[in-house]
Design a protein around this ligand. Sequence first.
Ligand SMILES: NC(=O)c1ccc[n+]([C@@H]2O[C@H](COP(=O)([O-])OP(=O)(O)OC[C@H]3O[C@@H](n4cnc5c(N)ncnc54)[C@H](OP(=O)(O)O)[C@@H]3O)[C@@H](O)[C@H]2O)c1
Length: 242
Amino acid sequence: MRLQDKVAVVTGSSRGLGAAIARAFAREGCKVAVTYSKNEGAAHELAKDIGAALVMPLDVRDRGMIRAVYEKTVAVYGRLDILVNNAGVNRTNDFDKQTDAEWSEVIDVNLTGVFRCCQEVLPFIADKGRIINIGSLSGQYGGPRTPSYACAKAALMALTHNLARFLGPRGICVNCLSPGVIGGEFTEKTMSPAVRETALSLMLLKRFATYEEMTGAAVYLASDESSYMTAQTVSVNGGAWV
Ligand SMILES: NC(=O)c1ccc[n+]([C@@H]2O[C@H](COP(=O)([O-])OP(=O)(O)OC[C@H]3O[C@@H](n4cnc5c(N)ncnc54)[C@H](OP(=O)(O)O)[C@@H]3O)[C@@H](O)[C@H]2O)c1
């Protein structure tokens, strides 16, 4: 029970990595506010499974919705200790074909969305709290077929540094968890077979991760065990970035 009596908001926890992190946090005794963008049914099912009392709609492009999530979390659970900025989208395209609309959407959700969620959480998050930004190997490797996504995720590492400086005096640790490639819907939609083969060849472990394999690092970064760790990027990528 490494997160006993802690309270977490996980953005985009209706499915995928956000749902896996919500489950892992709940197993460690954390009260989780589950949030969804479109998949309300999946979010409610997850909440039932993990005994979460809070399920809320959240679009990270909307400051009013972000504030409402924090207000309700504090009203129902009594506090807020951990924010996981997990919500993300990808619009795969070669550099010369990426449209302004694709670029803007990915930056708006994956980078500006995190900025908004972090700025709005300041009056709500407890001192000595934790902010975990979900980055990506793509932001360390430059894509390859995801210019907007790679740039947003690379910038998240700088945002992590900047916010860690700002929140250091409050004892709030801000870190970035950077997954490699996780097998699942997100990867199915964004990787061609050729890109998949190249990615696998670069990985020392020669396989994609499971969502569950990201949760150990997430629990560590959320727990008291990481109390002297801030402004870091933790890469969990099967040895793809050496
Ligand atoms: N999968 C990978 O290989 C991989 C690798 C590296 C990093 N990551 C990162 O890990 C995170 C989760 O990825 P995933 O694989 O779990 O993706 P996913 O299965 O596509 O799930 C994305 C989640 O984000 C939510 N979401 C989408 N747009 C949103 C918005 N505007 N506001 C709030 N929530 C929104 C979705 O909600 P709904 O279900 O309600 O639509 C869903 O819960 C992302 O930040 C991604 O960049 C993934």
